[in-house]
Design a protein around this ligand. Sequence first.
Ligand SMILES: *[C@@H]1O[C@H](CO)[C@@H](O)[C@H](O)[C@H]1NC(C)=O
Ligand SMILES: *[C@@H]1O[C@H](CO)[C@@H](O)[C@H](O)[C@H]1NC(C)=O
Ligand SMILES: *[C@@H]1O[C@H](CO)[C@@H](O)[C@H](O)[C@H]1NC(C)=O
Length: 813
Amino acid sequence: MHISCLLPLTIILGSLSPAVAIPVAEPAVDGIYAQNEDIHYRDSSIVARDGPGFWMESVKHQGISPLGPSGYTVFRNVKDFGAKGDGITDDTKAINDAISSGTRCGKDCFSSTVTPAVVYFPSGSYVISAPLFDYYNTIMIGNPNSLPILKASSGFNGGSLIDADPYFSANPNWPATTVFWRQIRNFVLDTTAVAAGTQISGIHWPTAQATSLQNIVFQLSADKGTEHQGIFCESGSAGFAGDLVFNGGKIGAALGNQQFTMRNLTFNNAVTAISHFWNWGWTYQGININNCQLGIDISTGSSDQQSVGSITLFDSSFTNTPVAIKSARTDSSAPHTAGSIILENVALDNVGTVVQGPNGTILAGSSGSSVIAAWGQGNQYTPTGPSEFVSDIMPATRPAGLLDGSKFYQRSKPQYESLPASSFVSARDGGAKGDGTTDDTAALQSVINNAAGSGKVVYIDAGVYKVTGTLKVPANSKIVGEGYPVIMSSGDFFNNIDAPKPVVQVGQAGEQSQVELSDLILSTQGPQAGAILIEWNIASPSAPGGLWDVHARVGGFAGSQQTTKECAKSTNSADVNKNCIAAYMLMHVTSSASDLYMENCWLWVSDHDVDVQTEADGGQITIYSGRGLNIESTAGNIWLSGTSVEHNSLYQYQFVSTKNVYMGQIQTETAQVPFPRILSTIEKYYQPNPNALTPFTPNPAIHDPDFASTCNGSSGNCALGWGLRVIDSKDLHVYGAGFYSFFNNYDATCSAYGGPQNCQNSIFSIEGQSALSVYNLNVLGSESLVDQDGKSLASYSDNIGVFTNNIAYFSTQ
Ligand SMILES: *[C@@H]1O[C@H](CO)[C@@H](O)[C@H](O)[C@H]1NC(C)=O
Ligand SMILES: *[C@@H]1O[C@H](CO)[C@@H](O)[C@H](O)[C@H]1NC(C)=O
Ligand SMILES: *[C@@H]1O[C@H](CO)[C@@H](O)[C@H](O)[C@H]1NC(C)=O
């Protein structure tokens, strides 16, 4: 996350014409959250339903937050707070009580890791008359077997049914780029009782990494003059959304954010399916747009000041929609690369115009059906360039191992909705304490072993589970967290920088089976210079294994022993506090592993202390982790859908001697620490002070970069962590990437818009015998956008974009 992300929004909002001003009025005061228990609504169209139960409803709830307020309860069933879900009673107060009960992080709170909540909705129709205020670190879950309906009453008072970041003042309650760790899944959001002409949104969702929307139906007015919209997201640094259906509305999804991955979205009968306020890069996979007037509007701004950086759309379709995509780009539009588009495997049926520009049709459609193999507009390097193109391109040669039919394989987070509660075994029932102090290694290991042996799913109750030795996850394991339980390594075993050890080890080399992990945080406590948070060894050739909403978080949270108290920022490169070395590597996919699906995983080295509540120091800390995600799988077949890796010393993503990898919006930040809270006093430090070679010595056994050949001894901004490094790997296909370097030696002018983009020399390195393609590469703060064997292939100055600099199509071939 980073606050500079807010800058382009400011620029953009300043240039919005009245016609495209943010279409939904947001509440300006918190008064709208006042509840009125006496209001009842009678609407015969709402039928409360009882569906088959969901295991989560009936398992025992024993989650705790060890450092949270005393007596704190993580799991809340809204019915326990008086919600009726009968389609009649106004449930607003009851649901808001369920969300806010305990001393949680709401208004006047910056952020918190110690007050997580899971708010559960049994099936039913919940009438609400004002927004549900989604507090920090909240997961809202409905019964997936019969989706609960959140039904806005006809007199609904407020901007959105669920407000994830309310405007109590001129600014959202939390800076959008710091809104982490939340989910909303399994709901119908119904605004149809509200007059069509009233502005209302289903979800207000300005969020950052580790957030997801899943399995939601937006039921919006399709009447003439409708002002309803499904998602309203004006800023942030996210994130993932999938399995969403939008029916009706003026705009299905109104979107502005640095980057996003959206997969499996269907839009029916909207005026405009998707409208972008702004973006840097956006990955759309499996988007189906039916019977809309306009599919995707990226024409915001004007031809000489476009706001939208780029979109990558594939395995998608447009049906009965006169204009699929509207762009502001022309031969002479500005910024130069804004409005970059890549389309691949896009089916059309009765689409008059595929891409419409300000001067007319850019790409014509027809009344019949057809498929676009691959087409784009923007700058290309193959691998020399730039050359500007508005044309068909060669589609990526998709490796068969990554496909399901002709499309890329996709798999949503398993919710195990057909299993009974008896299929789940609780970690706490098995003797693990999760209190952050007890050594839970043996108890957790025995629960995991027993579950794998008896075909059950491990349910890790909310809590902090300290482990002092490697936790081995055997073949066929399925593990799901309540909220985001934290598995936290601690002690000497993990603190030898010369003998790294996995904290969680999935399978052994040579083992084959499917393993599934979801809703977990992996972490470390105190100095852990030898900790590899997760090591994935298992091969899954018959059915991919996976990780969904599994995040790494090292340092910067209460209980980590690496907070502002222990690891306050250091500004002297010689002064590395060894107690603040949090990890050796965040994730290692070893040579024996294969067929791994990862979705919405954020591997984060903290750049600030999330539990600090005073504005005075903003929680600045310096935490060191050597490496981010290292993939060395020989057989490959890896899907990275909506992942990001931030603030590791040597690299964020590294691929070595691997093949067949799909990546859909990968995002990185170099190890630099911002001052996230007060815009006017942005201050920062860390790389190149110290540079990437401190405090970790490159280890040739795991192919660490030593920056010798690439920098040839030069100092300055050369030895900074790579965003992406590829060595001797082939058939890597990147569908959207954002690599960001915000600062250099206390100075943000290096990444400022129109500035020199010299926070670091290079950020993306291709080495040896490698073959890959990248769609919509977006880079901030690096002079070179891509290097091959130490030589820059593309300069930022030839590829100026909206804030990041863009290459629409890059290929080594
Ligand atoms: C797409 O989402 C719908 C629900 O909106 C779901 O039924 C379907 O299985 C999803 N498809 C995939 C490939 O995940
Ligand atoms: C389109 O219009 C702009 C001005 O609006 C002009 O500068 C440009 O050259 C025109 N033609 C094309 C093909 O983009
Ligand atoms: C590295 O730098 C040295 C001295 O500056 C120079 O002689 C040499 O040619 C350089 N090597 C490469 C590969 O650029």
